[in-house]
Ligand binder design. Structure first.
Ligand SMILES: C[S@@+](CC[C@H](N)C(=O)[O-])C[C@H]1O[C@@H](n2cnc3c(N)ncnc32)[C@H](O)[C@@H]1O
Length: 291
């Protein structure tokens, strides 16, 4: 098996032998570029003597893809590594109960959850736009369990790659739903509930104020404006809206683990669970589908 850090011909991605940022910006654009934003945040917190997250493949990808990551702002944010750790925890819990389950990662980007989990996974369906899937294939080792699907998460053909839904299905959508149309999100979740009884779906939401900022053109730096994120849900809305979909048996707000500095404050953590803070913070939501 390839180890993180082994050599890779990233220069070939754009058909050019010139390495560096120019090749990469040609290969990724629009919302696909945001996968480098979250990669940077996970990898930065996986570096150093006391890393927040153990993620050698993220560090490998971060070091291999030459890109001016400071376009995403000078300071990396803990929000993405903490979200990844929360997803790992929920996935491990489900896979311990249902070891033959299929995992589906929608909008997987350059996530490295498969290797971080430290558990065998029978089938892992990885869905993203074609340029991102091509990049994953350059950066990460091929695994028998991983089935890449190059296309939109909204195109239901990825559902056919789940061969044994009766063995359990866990769908993740990290950093995806905010970029999609609200009705498309609701339709997709309703279809997942119908196709995968007994399954789970974990996704994150941005609050309305943040969505409005992106619609107005939210600059992360002089040279980078985040793509519009039209879809927002508060914790309360998630419970009401997703809880009302046929086939959704339970909706749970999932807490992030404690991080460093203010992200490590147990008091702030508790306060963020109470109104009014609860309704203005981002959230991570776990849906149980009726079995
Ligand atoms: C903010 S990044 C998150 C990537 C990854 N999930 C993570 O947390 O690091 C958003 C990802 O969603 C993908 N994406 C956007 N629209 C999509 C769609 N309609 N279908 C599949 N993937 C999509 C982008 O290509 C990108 O990889």
């Amino acid at each position: 098996m390839r180890q993180p850090g082994s050599a890779l011909a990233v220069e070939d991605m754009s058909g050019s032998r010139r390495a560096g940022r120019r090749a990469w910006t040609a290969a990724l654009d629009g919302v696909a570029t945001t996968t480098l934003w979250t990669l940077r945040n996970r990898a930065e917190f996986a570096l150093g003597p006391d890393p927040l997250i153990q993620d050698p493949w993220a560090v490998h990808a971060y070091r291999t893809v030459r890109y001016d990551y400071t376009v995403f702002g000078r300071k990396p944010s803990q929000s993405h590594p903490l979200r990844a750790l929360a997803v790992d925890r929920e996935l491990r819990g489900y896979l311990r109960e249902r070891p033959d389950a299929t995992v589906v990662a929608l909008g997987e980007g350059l996530q490295t959850t498969f290797w971080r989990l430290g558990l065998p996974v029978r089938r892992w369906v990885s869905v993203d736009l074609p340029a991102v899937v091509a990049l994953r294939e350059q950066l990460y080792p091929a695994e028998d369990a991983i089935v890449p699907v190059a296309g939109s998460a909204l195109d239901r053909s990825w559902m056919d790659e789940v061969h044994d839904p009766g063995d359990g299905v866990f769908v993740t959508a990290e950093g995806l739903f905010m970029y999609l149309d609200r009705q498309d999100v609701l339709g997709l979740v309703a279809d997942c509930a119908r196709r995968f009884p007994g399954g789970r779906l974990l996704f994150d939401s941005i609050p309305h104020w943040f969505s409005r900022r992106t619609l107005a053109g939210m600059r992360l730096s002089e040279s980078y404006t985040a793509p519009p994120m039209p879809t927002a849900f508060t914790v309360r809305e998630n419970a009401a809206v997703f809880g009302a979909l046929p086939g959704v048996a339970a909706v749970r707000d999932v807490a992030l683990p404690l991080g460093r500095g203010p992200w490590g404050s147990a008091l702030l953590h508790r306060l963020s669970d109470l109104p009014p803070l609860r309704d203005v913070r981002p959230s991570l939501t776990l849906l149980d589908f009726a079995g």
